[in-house]
Write a protein that binds this ligand. Structure first.
Ligand code: ATR
Length: 275
């Protein structure tokens, strides 16, 4: 019998670590599956996805630039995908309906809480950025019940839009939007969700946001310290993490959805870190 087939779809895709992560999960758990990388043409994501499932494919991860298209294409969406406005996981449900999920936020929260032992409940969190990556993680962050969550963005109106969207899910959390220049006080946790470092830039914020115990998390990952984390270290932060753990944790959540089996993430994070 052939192995079940999974893939990640993106453009470009050759750099993706997902095939490696899922192969490590499969060998660790004994699940019989193949996981490949598919580069979809910019103008034919739908054809790529349809063809994959017609060939008997079981599940897809979706990455840049197709997460919003995946969300639109689906017949049904999980609640967290609905709120995220983007999907990174696709599969057919028991009735054959194309189902979209988003495991990014769960991946971030799992990395913070399980791998780095950081409790989010009651904490003051600063999130930098208000694009797709940030929207994808706000629901799961708010579910952890921080005391405050401030979304700061270059374009303040986008941060305000996210506050309006997520206000009904804030419950005990004070949810606010602001511009970078308004940030003056230290936070317990700072999460960088901007894409500034892709252009070699930093979000222009005061180092006053970093206090004695501030934890800094860059959703980007890189083999060297990320630009943002280096800035934080240079301004007094002592605990900085990048997004490699989030990447592995979001993959683990997809694997659980598809296979009903929970892989161990620690050894996979360690192995990727040592590449
Ligand atoms: P992603 O899917 O990675 O979130 P996006 O939706 O384009 O990509 O969002 C990029 C985010 O990074 C936005 O918050 C953007 O700020 P604007 O909303 O003002 O555009 C932020 N960003 C990008 N380059 C930046 C820079 N050089 N300085 C500060 N913020 C930047």
């Amino acid at each position: 019998m052939n192995n079940d087939l999974y893939a990640v779809v993106g453009n470009p895709i050759s750099h993706s670590k997902s095939p490696r992560i899922h192969s490590l999960f499969a060998s660790q758990t004994g699940e019989k599956l193949e996981y490949t990388a598919i580069q979809a043409p910019e103008d034919d994501f739908v054809g790529t996805v349809t063809g994959f499932f017609q060939r008997g494919g079981q599940g897809l991860n979706v990455t840049v630039p197709f997460k919003e298209q995946a969300w639109k294409l689906a017949d049904r969406r999980t609640e967290r995908a609905e709120l995220a406005g983007a999907a990174n996981t696709l599969y057919q449900d028991s009735e054959g309906l194309l189902t979209a999920d988003n495991t990014d936020g769960k991946g971030l929260v799992m990395d913070l809480s399980e791998n780095h032992c950081i409790t989010l409940a009651g904490k003051r969190i600063l999130v930098l950025g208000a694009g797709g990556a940030v929207r994808g993680v706000l629901g799961p962050l708010l579910a952890e019940k921080p005391s405050a969550l401030v979304i700061a963005n270059r374009t303040v109106a986008k941060a305000e839009g996210l506050v309006t969207l997520f206000e009904p899910f804030a419950e005990q959390t004070l949810l606010e939007a602001c511009g970078f220049e308004e940030l003056k006080e230290p936070f317990d946790l700072i999460i960088n969700g901007t894409s500034a470092s892709l252009q070699g830039d930093l979000p222009p914020i005061s180092a006053n946001v970093i206090g004695a115990g501030t934890v800094v998390y860059d959703m980007m990952y890189s083999l060297q310290t990320t630009t943002f984390n280096q800035w934080a270290l240079d301004h007094g932060a002592t605990l900085v993490f990048d997004g490699l753990g989030m990447l592995v944790e979001q993959a683990a959540e997809s694997f659980r959805i598809w296979r009903g089996v929970s892989p161990e993430t620690r050894p996979v994070i360690d192995e990727l870190r040592n590449d």
